[in-house]
Design a protein around this ligand. Sequence first.
Ligand code: S5P
Length: 257
Amino acid sequence: MLSFFKRANLTLHPLAQKLFKLMEQKQSNLSVALDVTKKQALLDLADRIGPEICVLKTHIDILEDYTPDVSVELKRLAHKHQFYLFEDRKFADIGNTVSLQYEKGIYRIAEWADLVNAHIVPGPGIIEGLKQVGKPLGRGLLLLAEMSSAGALTDSAYAKKAVAMAEEHSDFVLGFISQRKLSDNPGMIHFTPGVKMHEGKDALGQRYITVEEAICQRKTDVVIVGRDITGASDPLAAAKMYRSAAWECSNKAHAFS
Ligand code: S5P
């Protein structure tokens, strides 16, 4: 597997280039999912864990006390600690609607989120709608090609369609949410959620694989870890542990290429 640094030169997507370089400089291929419902908790965790991560993933609509200064603060912290912001909005509607959901409304996602993601169920119009808003701002899109949850309908034929759609729109799409490496295009970045220190599941259908399984065996690039970090007694220590485990695995994968 090529190093992230080499892959930065093999994509024309400006945000993918920047993200690859940041991962290499920061030696981090860890993304944390900060699924908390109070803004202060979100910002405190972002400030503490920021030095360990390449991407901070939010679900901004679960905050009970959202005010527009949250996104201003998130941007400040992203600059301070050098990470990118990924709003896990999972758009899933027709192009016109998603472009409004992305740009307008209370959250004004396009103003602050470097990355967003979308389901491909509606067809390529969803990508076109998001691209109209996001591309002029230098943003990037991840396609949900495979989900981590039990019984997901994202079988291999579906994932293949996601890869084909990504190739058609590689000026805006820079990768996937998936459970394995799906594309041989070195510019495409694979993000894998449903990661824990031990395999298992939660009570609502989430399934977990290990960092080792995700990166060494399944050759993905970035692991997304949520509750195993946010619910730890020491979230910073947990983030450090995941960061070094993930980086070590990707170094091994690069060495054996
Ligand atoms: O297939 C998916 C896609 C996503 S983006 N499975 C997921 O779990 N996610 C997200 O990753 C999910 O919405 C949550 O924010 C995070 C996983 O959190 P954890 O607490 O289970 O690690």
